[in-house]
Write a protein that binds this ligand. Structure first.
Ligand SMILES: [Zn+2]
Length: 509
């Protein structure tokens, strides 16, 4: 049996104000080429790099968020290679003393989403380096260099080969993006190249190898199949598709008795396949040596007093445990920091309100818990399916958490039925400002009609409309009353208070 061994390497551009080793503006998406450049980031002789403290701090934060150890002492190294996007002829990176190492990330999966429901992925290291310039090839065959991206701070995060499937790799990249956004260190937009994912994939015979310290080791005389590095992956979907394609390609080769050498392949989105870019017979010699112009540094000392915000996985767990939101609602609501903050505020309001109800004070703990569960379910549903279903993004939500909580309280206390509450929500979204749902309810008459005078009139109409049923009820057929109540509800578009309707019907008949 063949099993895939997958490891990921992800590069993340940090959104510091200035670049990694100079004071140029860090804006890799700037539209005018070579707008934010200087002698340092164009690699001119005689210039001196000065490390960006913020970038080091943020790399420590990323390391901590991934459960890594932070090095006591770290340093930069020169990685040599020659390419037009690298004017110095070397990249300042980190070799043997990365800022962070030895962490892990926990992934969980829904049923049928993956071959296992939990996966713990080891994080080998997270180090800091500089991005390269950007090359574009015009239609006349010229290659143009844009140095805006040159020396933008870049964090490389390398995992151990712990993934067992393509969906796991995809989920990992999604979780990583979320962590970057929670930390507010990168927009981590894959389409814009803020986050670039590469996968190492190799298929091996089950039971013929072991993984020791993140290295795949053959057992006995088994010869490992070479790994294939996948690049040019620009979306989460492509992460999954590229790896799946590669697994199928290697499986076929092994079944047909073919062999291959270690190589780099690019994902071709249009063709839906991986394409050979270059083969690596031997590991490239980058002639690493310590960067002489930047002294070693102590990352922990530089980051004293910098604390880690709550991470997505902890927030999900807390939303479930503290507020009683279902795990799937908690997952949806924490996938975007703005939704997560909004949810937090709504839940706080709703629970405060619930505890302020006079009838709640006399409740037993058990009933209080039941009420909390009921309102969590209601709020979770209104946030995820109703509100999220009506807006494209959080940008469209202009009302406060307080007023959304108020809408929930109207539904919870049956002051408005679900259909009318949705109409109120539509109005709230349409207004584009913070607006009180109770006002809309009163203004539009969406509330439950409890006014006996108004209801008596409708009840009278129903009695005239259905004389046969009225007679049946008078003859002692009690269940027919439900039908008559239903007709009143229908006539008021569900707005009538059914208990009051029943009371009036009994009086009149
Ligand atoms: Zn510069």
């Amino acid at each position: 049996m063949l099993v895939p061994i997958i490891g990921m390497e992800v590069h993340v551009e940090l959104k510091t104000r200035s670049k990694m080793f100079c004071s140029c503006k860090n804006d890799p998406d700037a539209t005018r080429p070579n707008q934010n450049i200087c002698e340092v980031c164009t690699g001119q002789p005689g210039t001196l790099p000065v490390a960006n403290r913020q970038a080091i701090e943020w790399t420590v934060l990323i390391g901590k968020a991934l459960g890594c150890n932070i090095a006591d002492v770290s340093k930069f190294d020169r990685k040599h290679y020659f390419y037009p996007d690298l004017p110095k002829g070397y990249q300042i990176s980190q070799y043997d003393e990365p800022i962070a190492f030895g962490g892990s990330i926990h992934l969980s999966f829904e049923l049928e989403e993956n071959i296992r429901d939990e996966a713990t992925i080891g994080i080998e290291r997270a180090h800091l380096e500089e991005d390269t310039a950007k090359l574009t090839h015009d239609k006349d065959g010229n290659t143009l260099v844009d140095f805006n991206r040159s020396s933008v701070p870049l964090v490389e995060i390398v995992t151990k080969p712990d993934f067992k499937s393509a969906p796991e790799a995809k989920k990992y990249c999604q979780e990583l993006q979320l962590i970057m956004r929670y930390l507010q260190v990168s927009n981590a937009d894959m389409e814009k190249g803020h986050m670039r994912c590469e996968a190492n994939v190799s298929l091996q015979e089950a039971g013929k190898f072991e993984i020791v310290d993140g290295m795949v080791k053959p057992l006995g005389d088994y010869k490992l199949n070479p790994k294939v590095e996948l690049k040019n992956i620009n979306s989460f979907k492509a992460v999954e598709k590229a790896i799946e394609f590669e697994i199928a390609r290697q499986t076929k080769m092994i079944e047909e008795g073919e062999t291959w050498v270690q190589q780099t392949r690019g994902w071709d989105e249009n063709k839906g396949e991986t394409v050979l870019q270059r083969t690596k017979e031997n590991a490239q010699d980058y002639r690493y040596f310590p960067e002489p112009d930047i002294p070693p540094f102590e990352p922990m000392k530089l980051t004293e007093g910098v604390s880690l915000p709550e991470m997505p996985i902890a927030k999900r767990r807390r939303f479930h445990q503290e507020y009683g939101l279902s795990y799937s609602d908690a997952k949806i609501l924490t996938d975007d920091t703005r939704w997560a903050n909004f949810t937090e505020d709504v839940m706080t309001e709703v629970i405060d309100w619930l505890h302020s109800l006079p009838e709640v004070n006399g409740d037993s703990d058990e009933i209080r818990e039941e009420r909390k569960e009921k309102i969590a379910k209601l709020t979770g549903g209104w946030l995820t399916s109703k509100l999220m279903g009506k807006v494209e993004s959080f940008d469209h939500v202009k009302f406060s958490a307080e007023n959304f909580a108020e809408l929930i309280s109207l539904v919870y206390t049956d002051r408005v039925n679900s259909t009318n509450a949705q109409k109120i929500l539509d109005e709230m979204l349409k207004k584009g400002t913070d607006v009180d749902p109770s006002h809309i309810m009163e203004e539009k008459g969406y509330g439950q009609i409890s006014d006996e005078g108004a209801l008596a009139e409708v009840v009278g109409q129903v009695i005239t409309q259905f004389p046969d049923q009225v007679q049946q009820f008078k003859d002692g057929k009690e269940p027919i009353l439900k039908f008559l109540v239903g007709m009143v509800m229908k006539a008021t578009e569900g707005a009538a208070d059914p208990q009051i309707v029943e009371k009036i019907l009994r009086e009149k008949l």
